[in-house]
Ligand binder design. Structure first.
Ligand SMILES: [Zn+2]
Length: 338
């Protein structure tokens, strides 16, 4: 619609001018308690369009209209994409799940929960959990920044697990096995009385039933909140492996990132075949403590899977995608079936 200038003045400018006059103060600014008694801003703002030609009025209006420009950096919706901590590339989470939580760009092996690990290794619907009801007590009434009981409750809520290991019987490619998987999200996968007990029971049960054992370790070590009781689990689980070995079936362990402290120094490294995941930390004490103790700089890659393989501490470094195939072949070979 074309609006003549006279029509425009009648329709728009005059009412504006009237409203401007009504907003204008009737006298000079009065000072009240050191402040202006009225504001001059409404007056200036309402008078402004009166002096403008109609063409400017429309062109200038654009300056007051701000349309948000489409941003090149759209926010990443939670739960769909994630960023690789190693190569910084964005990864589609469904793709990562299909890839056993391995980065498709740099092959970084992400942490897996115990249940994810069991889901990957066990045939569908074959896993039967053992000792699911075992839960830690707090015999020392340990308290640091928070009590041990509080730590346990938070760990349960965060991980959905009841303890730092899940054990049970399963089938792996049609072969019956005893399977255990540690969960680093539960108090750092630390080994306390319950983890030790579940590991010992799993080995004893496997020995009686002549089942091969596959254990996946992912742990910061012994659980300090249980003090000496946690350290005793190193001897207890090692003794259980000793009893199991007399029974004869093979024991294979997978060392995931990180495997350290009292867990490295007990059952996982007593296996017949020790497999480490690429890049996994495998060691007893952290490199900073060692450097401080021996006053020497450690070589690059120290205590990583590839380094400990070179130094004879593990038998192979195996990418996750090959675990099922190679472990099945190893079980057949060690059981005399191939
Ligand atoms: Zn990556």
């Amino acid at each position: 619609m074309v609006l003549l200038q006279s029509q425009y003045r009648k329709a728009v400018q005059r009412p504006l001018a009237r409203s401007a006059q009504s907003a204008r103060p009737s006298g000079p600014p009065r000072i009240q308690s050191g402040r202006l008694a009225f504001s001059l801003v409404p007056q200036a703002a309402t008078l402004y369009p009166i002096r403008m030609p109609i063409s400017d009025w429309f062109s200038r209006r654009e300056r007051y209209t701000r349309v948000a420009e489409p941003s090149a950096k759209r926010p990443v919706p939670d739960g769909i994409w994630s960023k690789c901590a190693s190569c910084n590339q964005v990864i589609y989470q469904k793709q990562m799940a299909r890839n056993f939580k391995v980065c498709p760009h740099c092959q970084h092996h992400f942490e897996m929960s115990a249940l994810e690990r069991i889901d990957m290794l066990a045939d569908d619907g074959s896993f039967v959990e053992l000792d699911a009801g075992l839960e830690a007590a707090d015999p020392l009434r340990f308290r640091a920044l928070k009590t041990y009981t509080e730590s346990l409750e938070q760990a349960k809520a965060r991980s959905g697990a009841r303890e730092a290991i899940v054990t049970g019987t399963a089938m792996l490619g049609g072969r019956p096995i005893m399977l255990g998987a540690m969960d680093f999200r539960f108090v750092g996968g630390s080994m306390g009385s319950v983890v030790g007990e579940k590991v010992a029971r799993a080995f004893d049960e496997a020995g009686q039933r002549r089942l091969p054992v596959l254990m996946v370790a992912s742990s910061g070590g012994a659980r300090m909140q249980e003090g000496m009781l946690a350290l005793m689990q190193m001897a207890k689980t090692s003794a259980a492996v000793g009893r199991f070995k007399k029974a004869g079936p093979p024991f294979i362990s997978i060392l995931a990132d990180p495997t350290s402290g009292g867990v490295t120094a007990s059952f996982p490294t007593l296996a017949d075949i020790i497999i480490a995941e690429p890049g996994a930390f495998v060691g007893f004490t952290g490199p900073r403590v060692i450097e401080d103790t021996i006053k020497q700089k450690l070589p690059p890659g120290f205590q990583r899977a590839e380094f400990v393989l070179e130094h004879g501490m593990v038998d192979m470094v195996l990418p996750r995608e090959l675990h099922l195939e190679i472990i099945a072949r190893l079980l057949d070979y060690l059981s005399g079936g191939a």
